[in-house]
Design a protein around this ligand. Structure first.
Ligand SMILES: [Fe+2]
Ligand SMILES: [Fe+2]
Length: 275
């Protein structure tokens, strides 16, 4: 078990240049409307969300004196910027299929504007740390247990695994910056509660909206989806332990050491590295 970020952690962006299918298969994940729209709903949040993450870390960049962390910040910003770009393209494919993505993005954008105006920079960074933990534990499970994406369209699987890999690589950057410039664990825990609420809310609304557009909003689909998320071995259910670790007094993202898995997946994407 590690208690801090591994030495020589090399965070470098990769240019995926995903050749997303055009048009996107309507239910690209196992021909299953719920699972497909669950991932789609997360994609809708990424472009604005990741810009928020970048801004909140960049705000403190000048206060970071450790050269290794400064280098990691550069990698983090590069990676998140590439994710944003790929998800903008992905979300455009969703628009092309007739989903009202603008209506889903609007309230997220408004909330981020509100946060910029009303939260201190430290509190904004705390929100980023919380959401980065969320993405890191989901990324770990997607990489560790390939069955989650086994029946996906191959190019979509490639995109999600790439994103999961880079979320793993940079999972401690926002946290390490936060501990250096603020370090208030109570604020972090509060940020996690609030972020969890809004994340689950946004993903639920997005999933519902896209299911409705497909005429698939019925009890059966919803029930099966809930079982897939929360039932025995469900996607969210088995994240609960890792999620709760965030509330421990000595939490650090690398206490969950998944570097072996990370290196293994990284070898799949070595061609895409930006030199
Ligand atoms: Fe990302
Ligand atoms: Fe991230």
């Amino acid at each position: 078990m590690l208690s801090s970020t591994p030495d020589h952690l090399d965070i470098r962006p990769r240019r995926l240049n995903a050749a997303l299918p055009d048009p996107l298969p309507r239910w690209w994940l196992g021909n299953d409307p719920f699972r497909t729209h669950f991932f789609n709903a997360m994609s809708v949040l990424f472009p604005d969300g990741e810009q928020f993450f970048i801004d909140s870390v960049r705000h403190f960049r000048d206060r970071v004196t450790d050269p290794a962390l400064a280098q990691q910040i550069r990698g983090f910003i590069g990676q998140e910027a590439h994710h944003s770009r790929e998800h903008i393209e992905y979300n455009q494919r969703l628009r092309d299929l007739g989903y009202d993505i603008d209506a889903l993005e609007r309230p997220v954008r408004q909330r981020i504007r509100w946060i910029h105006k009303n939260f201190s920079p430290e509190r904004q960074l705390a929100a980023t740390v919380a959401l980065e933990h969320f993405t890191a534990i989901m990324a770990d499970t997607v990489l560790r247990h390939p069955h989650w994406l086994a029946d996906a369209d191959p190019e979509m699987r490639r995109l999600w695994r790439w994103h999961a890999l880079e979320e793993t690589e940079h999972k401690s950057v926002a946290f390490d910056v936060y501990m250096q410039v603020c370090g208030d664990r109570r604020m972090l825990r509060r940020a996690m509660r609030l972020s969890t609420f809004f994340f689950l809310r946004d993903v639920t609304i997005g999933t519902l909206s896209m299911l409705r557009r497909d005429g698939q909003l019925n009890l059966r689909t919803w029930w099966r989806g809930m079982r897939w998320l929360w039932g025995k071995g469900g996607f969210f259910r088995h994240l609960l332990g890792a999620y709760r670790d965030f509330f421990r007094r000595d939490f650090h993202p690398w206490k969950h050491d998944n570097s072996a898995l990370m290196h293994q997946v990284a070898s799949e994407y070595s061609d895409a590295l930006v030199r």
